[in-house]
Design a binder for this molecule. Sequence first.
Ligand SMILES: C[S@@+](CC[C@H](N)C(=O)[O-])C[C@H]1O[C@@H](n2cnc3c(N)ncnc32)[C@H](O)[C@@H]1O
Length: 366
Amino acid sequence: MKPKNLRDLVTFVPNKAEPIHNWLYFKEGFSRGLVEWAVREFQLQEPICDPFCGVGTTLLAAKQMGMQSIGFDVSPLAVLASEVKTRNYDPRAIETTLKAFHKMQPREVGKFQNKKIRRLFHAKQLDDIYFFYKKVQEIEDAKTRNLFLLALIDTTGRVANVVKVGGSLRKQKKPCFPVKKLFLGKVKKMMLDLQNTQLPNVESQVFEADARITKLGKDSVGSVITSPPYLNKIEYTKVYKMELGLFFQVQETKLRAYIADEATGKDRETEIPLIAKAYFDDMHRVLQNVFHYLKPGGKAVIVVGGGCFPYETVESDDILLREAEKVGFKKIDKIVARHVQCMRNRTIKVGTVRESILLLEKPEER
Ligand SMILES: C[S@@+](CC[C@H](N)C(=O)[O-])C[C@H]1O[C@@H](n2cnc3c(N)ncnc32)[C@H](O)[C@@H]1O
């Protein structure tokens, strides 16, 4: 049955109040509740795979239900967040490292190279972030090191003089918040979350990969729950360029292997904008791969959104269902979760698009 709050469940908002899920805010994510509902409602089998795992909502929710999972994403930031959220920890190791960090007095030990990004911070704050970044790199235990790195990345986002608005960063001057206090406070909160949450012992498999070319073993996955980038072309490299540039040395152009690269004009036959056509071609390849690694009888639950263009809208759910059928999937259902308004220049309404959940099944072999 369709839950009453499905329109919220397809967003990251409910995760803001969920321990561990809320370790890194990710506007483009969906919620733990959506994964739990889908697993129950469609009797999904493990291992659950998410080929666009983002900050690991599917993977952590699977872990919380004691289920095996596999996730990948092209963004090293997403992979780090997914990994950190789904590891089993010894909280004492974190506590010892935290005590050592409390004793440190940040001082200037060098600078991040990227001058454009440096402009987004108060100079002293960025020096402190750099100091702690170097110290984090010295932590021997990889799990503890990654957890501290994620806390530092979250802190960096909070102190930077920018806010993420839609698909871009907007400058916004903030007070000069104390980096050390915020950073170590974040680690403490993460430690308490781990202490207060009973988690099954399973760990997810997480790695960096492109869903368009990644084929896992044939028939190796019990089910898929995922949400690809939406057609409205949120450019993840732009929104996260600060984190990617500072901590992963990723230049803006290096990650242009995202779904649908630039394309202008219209397709002569279908009249859909070429950028949309490129998107559906990419998604066709993704669906082919999913079909390959899903077990016969396995289900795929895919959350998709339509695209807003300056003078038109393009619904993607029906087109993706057609592509899925071409690949061999059986269409089981399309559940509309909500309608989203499309605006031009933030003031002129262009139309609305659907955000929908597609339910597909790989037919049993005869
Ligand atoms: C809508 S978000 C998924 C959010 C996820 N459900 C969550 O709750 O965190 C889409 C993700 O796809 C990733 N992505 C974009 N292009 C990709 C590609 N070609 N292969 C794999 N991941 C990709 C982005 O980095 C982003 O993390």
